[in-house]
Design a protein around this ligand. Structure first.
Ligand SMILES: [Zn+2]
Length: 114
């Protein structure tokens, strides 16, 4: 089963980068892995969160975050939470359910003496 990361929410921050101090480079990225089968897409329970600075091209780890970054991060995390993916059923699932009902109906029809 292939696992595909699904981006839930990204945001550019105006905070100073703790490494290069640029004010326009920081970006937070929230992703969630998705396992896909023929019948449904099953998202992982846990969200992955990343902070990246486009100016100095460094990943910014929580140890380097300032209070301001933490505040903005928490705010964006709430937005990402509302975008969280849930179990998605694909059309093939409904088709097989309908097929099963039709099959049962056919068997019942044949077995019931007229
Ligand atoms: Zn930077």
């Amino acid at each position: 089963m292939p696992n595909t990361p699904n981006t839930l929410h990204t945001a550019r921050l105006k905070n100073n980068c703790p490494i290069c101090f640029a004010t326009d480079g920081l970006e937070v990225i929230f992703t969630q892995e998705e396992t896909e089968t023929a019948f449904f897409k099953k998202p992982a329970k846990k969200m992955e969160e990343k902070m990246y600075c486009h100016t100095c091209q460094n990943a910014i780890y929580p140890v380097n975050w300032t209070e301001d970054i933490e505040r903005v991060f928490d705010y964006n995390k709430k937005i990402a939470e509302t975008n969280k993916a849930y179990l998605k059923v694909k059309p093939l699932f409904y088709i097989s359910v309908v097929m099963a009902i039709v099959l049962v109906a056919a068997v019942v029809y044949i077995l019931i003496p007229t």
